[in-house]
Each structure stands twice: as structure tokens, then as C-alpha cells.
Ligand binder design. Structure first.
Ligand code: ADP
Length: 478
């Protein structure tokens, strides 16, 4: 058409020439001829230089046409997109079929972020790719403009987008990154930028976070300790329970045994007396004695069991009355003296007579002494010596029962007062008992607001000391 216009010019048909050139101009801008951007621009410039445009077309000059935009885009595709695309496809990078693959192309603000994926069902013979390209400059200025918060924000928060060179991508200025700022990059979009977030409260935030971390660690520690404690208490409870069950079973066994022995003897001697009327005086007296002794043993045992069950149920009652403690001790010792002497025990007694009148349960105190004496007797298979001493010590009366028997190791001193507990030692193996005597003794002493102490050495003997306040329970200090 340009050549035709040239012919027209030579023919002197100026109007025809202009007409042709304008038509060519419109055709070129409208995309009538497929060409590349350079060809398009060349011919556009040629025509623009050769023709005087009428005013309605003059307005078009300098304004890029839609076709030019397409050409520019095609050229960008050709130059910036297709080669890296080919390269990537050649490498066979995974995942490109399923989700869009993205890459950066070009450099600086004129670069592009390209996202593409294969288009399916277009042609079986070829693969077509479709995608988008974002011009980085435009993306920074318009797309992300709403996101960034300027430094002047009243709240003191800053959100900046900076490039690899540390420049703010919107303003192009070198951007200082505040201390303690958070810099993030977008993982799924290979943008050459980082998002920098800073807040004046960020330092506080990290301090708060550290504090909370510490708090959580502490809490966790406390929970751990509590759990360990719980586990320990549970284990201890279980083992105590098991121990209590074992002790109870043992108790039932020993009690049955303890009941059976005197009963068998009583029955045996009772029957003997019944069947053999011609028994000599000596034998008869012996039989009576055994029956009496064994009945006493039985009643001592039964009294202890009854006392214990009353204590366990919280129903043990005391009859506190004013009286002479020395008198009670003396009388109890006298009633027991016979048993002791019969078994060959030497008794040393020192009972003070200067004790003032005090308030106590006479029967209970007698039971204390009987239990202590009975133990001293049971656990003294060798040296048969028992000491009973009562004296005043300040505001207290001290009752001591001492023996030279088998004793027990110091570690047992606490436990012998526990219910059913009996020291398992060879020395005391022959002794009978229920493991209740000292439990009852301790309960009685404590009911009198007193205390009991024990000192013992294996093979040397034991000393039990009972301290009873002379004012007696219920009386106020004067
Ligand atoms: P029991 O005498 O019926 O076994 P106790 O509660 O009276 O029960 O005594 C508990 C344990 O304390 C006894 O089994 C014995 O091992 C020990 N014990 C008590 N008194 C003495 C003592 N005088 N000498 C040695 N061991 C003793």
C-alpha cells in the first residue's frame, strides 16, 4: 500500500495517496497484517512522517493501539517467557501439570511474575499452555499499595515491601529496616521482595512472649512435679494398703492362735479335773493355777482387742477421775508381781510417794502398765529383770518400765506403736502377741495428754518411759 501511495504521488494524485496511506495507517493499527513490534513501529513511523493527518486521525497519533499492546506482549512472551518456559519444561520440573508453576522473568520493575499451566483438551497433538504475567512495577504500585502501611502510621506499625537491594519497591527509596522487624518472603510466589513488618510494640511483644514461655515452662514443670507426686502418693498408698492387708491377715492368724492356746490348756486341765477325781492335791492345784493363768491371758488378750476396736471406731471412752497415780501403779504392779516372780523375774520397783493428786483414768493407766510389763516379760528370755519406777519430774509423772531382754534396733522405735506391727527378729521369735498392745498404750497416754518414749538396744534390753501431766486432762494450767 505504501508503494501504491508512492505511485499515486508520482502520478500527482495527492488525495489518492493520502487516502491510501491513511487506510494503511488504520489497517496497521487495527492489526490487519501480522507482524512483529519492530516492523509495526517502523511502518507506523514511515506513514506518520509521510502524511498530514486530518484532525480526527491526528488524535490517534502517539496513542498506542490495542494491536501494539498485543505485539508488545507477544514480544515479551517471546523474549522473557518462552525461553525460561522451555527451559523449565525441558527440565521436567514436577508439579507443573497439577498446579500453576510460577517464575520470575526480566529484571527490576520491568520484570514479570509468570504463572502458567498446561491447558487440557485443546488438541491431542500439541500441548497448549495458558497463564498470566504480572508486571512487577505495576504489581508493586497498584496491587500491593493497599497492603503497605506508611511509616507515619499513628499506631507505629510499619509494613514495607522491599526488594533484594533493600529498596522500598513502591517509592524506590532505600528503606531502613527497623530493629526487631519481622521479614517474610512469600513462599508460593517467587517475588523478589520481602515483606517487612515492624511495630513499636514488637519489642514488648517478644518480651511478653519470653515471659509467657517461661510461665508455660514453669507451669509444665509444676504439672510434672504434681504428677510425679501423685504417682508417688498413689504408689505409697497402694503399698500401705497392701501392707495393712498383710498385717490384718497376720493379725487374724496370730489372734486365732493366741485364743486357741489358752483355750486348749483350759479345756485340757478342766477335763482332767473332771475325769480324774482321785487327782492329788498338788496336781489339782497346778491345774487350777494353769486354768486361772490362761484365763487371765485370754481376758488380757480380749481386753486388748476390744480396746483396740473401740479406739479404731473412735468409741473408746475414758473415765478421768482425781486420784493417786502412785496407788494405781502400785496396785497394778502387785497384781502382776505374782506372774513375774513365778516366771523367775526379779522386780525392782521405786514408786515415789510424793506425787500430788492428779486426774486420770485408773483402769486405762493400769492397762498401760500391764501391757508394758507383759511385753517386758515376753521379750526377756535371758536375763529376767524388770524395773518399774514412778517419780515426779516437774509438772509430770514419769513411769518407766525397763527390762534386760532382747530389745530391738533403734529404727523400729517408731513403728512398734503402729497397729499390728511386730518386730520380726530371731530373738523375739518365741513371743506371742497381737501387735496391739503398744498401739493401745500410746492411745491411752495421748488421751491423757502425755507422751511415750522408748530406748532400746538389741540384746541389751528396752526402756519405756511414759510421761503423764500431773494436772490431768481438762485442767487448765495454773
Ligand atoms: P505384741 O507384744 O502383742 O506383739 P505390742 O504392740 O505390745 O504387740 O508390741 C509390738 C512389738 O514391739 C512387739 O512385737 C515386739 O517386737 C516389740 N516390743 C515391745 N515391747 C518390747 C520389749 N520390752 N522388748 C523388745 N521388744 C519389744
Amino acid at each position: 500500500m505504501i508503494q501504491l501511495a508512492e505511485i499515486r504521488r508520482r502520478q500527482g494524485d495527492e488525495e489518492g495517496r493520502e487516502c491510501l496511506l491513511l487506510e494503511a495507517y488504520r489497517g496497521l493499527r487495527g492489526g490487519q497484517w501480522p507482524c512483529n513490534l519492530a516492523t509495526y513501529r517502523f511502518f507506523l513511523a514511515e506513514i506518520e512522517a509521510a502524511v498530514e493527518f486530518p484532525p480526527e486521525i491526528q488524535a490517534l497519533r502517539g496513542r498506542p493501539s490495542g494491536f501494539e499492546g498485543d505485539l508488545a506482549f507477544a514480544e515479551i512472551l517471546q523474549r522473557e517467557v518462552v525461553p525460561p518456559l522451555r527451559e523449565r519444561l525441558g527440565l521436567g520440573l514436577p508439579g507443573e501439570k497439577a498446579s500453576p508453576a510460577r517464575f520470575l522473568t526480566g529484571s527490576g520493575p520491568s520484570g514479570f511474575l509468570i504463572a502458567f499451566r498446561p491447558l487440557e483438551n485443546i488438541s491431542p497433538a500439541r500441548t497448549y499452555y495458558g497463564g498470566y504475567g504480572w508486571e512487577l512495577g505495576a504489581l508493586a504500585k497498584q496491587g500491593l499499595a493497599g497492603l503497605a502501611i506508611s511509616a507515619e502510621d499513628a499506631s507505629g506499625r510499619i509494613l514495607r515491601i522491599i526488594d533484594d537491594g533493600g529498596r522500598d519497591v513502591r517509592s524506590g527509596d532505600l528503606s531502613d529496616i527497623p530493629q526487631g522487624a519481622l521479614a517474610l518472603s512469600l513462599r508460593r510466589y517467587p517475588l523478589p521482595w520481602r515483606f517487612v513488618f515492624a511495630s513499636s510494640g514488637l519489642g514488648d511483644l517478644s518480651r511478653t512472649a519470653a515471659r509467657e514461655n517461661l510461665l508455660y515452662a514453669l507451669l509444665l514443670g509444676v504439672i510434672g512435679v504434681l504428677m510425679a507426686l501423685g504417682a508417688f502418693l498413689l504408689a505409697r498408698d497402694i503399698s500401705r494398703e497392701a501392707e495393712a492387708t498383710r498385717l490384718k491377715t497376720e493379725f487374724v492368724q496370730t489372734i486365732s492362735h493366741e485364743l486357741k492356746t489358752p483355750l486348749t490348756l483350759i479345756r485340757l486341765y478342766g477335763e482332767t479335773l473332771q475325769r480324774q477325781p482321785a487327782l492329788g492335791d498338788k496336781e489339782r492345784l497346778g491345774a487350777y493355777e494353769i486354768i486361772t493363768k490362761e484365763s487371765e491371758r485370754l481376758s488380757h488378750l480380749i481386753n486388748n482387742v476390744l480396746d483396740f476396736s473401740r479406739i479404731e471406731m473412735g468409741r473408746k471412752e475414758f473415765a478421768f477421775r482425781p486420784g493417786d497415780l502412785a496407788e494405781t501403779v502400785r496396785a497394778t504392779l502387785e497384781s502382776y508381781r505374782y506372774h513375774l516372780e513365778k516366771k523367775g523375774f526379779a522386780i525392782k520397783d521405786e514408786i515415789a510417794s510424793d506425787l500430788p493428786e492428779s486426774t486420770f483414768d485408773s483402769e486405762a493407766v493400769a492397762s498401760v502398765l500391764v501391757n508394758l510389763l507383759s511385753n517386758a516379760m515376753k521379750f526377756s528370755p535371758g536375763t529376767k529383770e524388770v524395773g518399774v519406777r514412778l517419780r515426779r519430774d516437774g509438772g509430770e509423772a514419769v513411769l518407766k518400765v525397763e527390762d534386760k531382754g532382747v530389745g530391738f534396733p533403734p529404727g523400729e522405735a517408731e513403728r512398734i506403736f503402729q497397729k499390728f506391727y511386730r518386730v520380726s527378729s530371731k530373738a523375739g521369735a518365741g513371743a506371742t502377741g497381737s501387735g496391739l498392745g503398744l498401739t493401745i498404750v500410746k492411745h491411752i497416754v495421748e488421751a491423757h495428754r502425755g507422751r511415750i518414749e522408748v530406748r532400746s538396744e538389741p540384746g541389751k534390753g528396752s526402756l519405756f518411759a511414759v510421761y503423764l501431766p500431773l494436772r490431768g486432762p481438762g485442767e487448765e494450767a495454773r
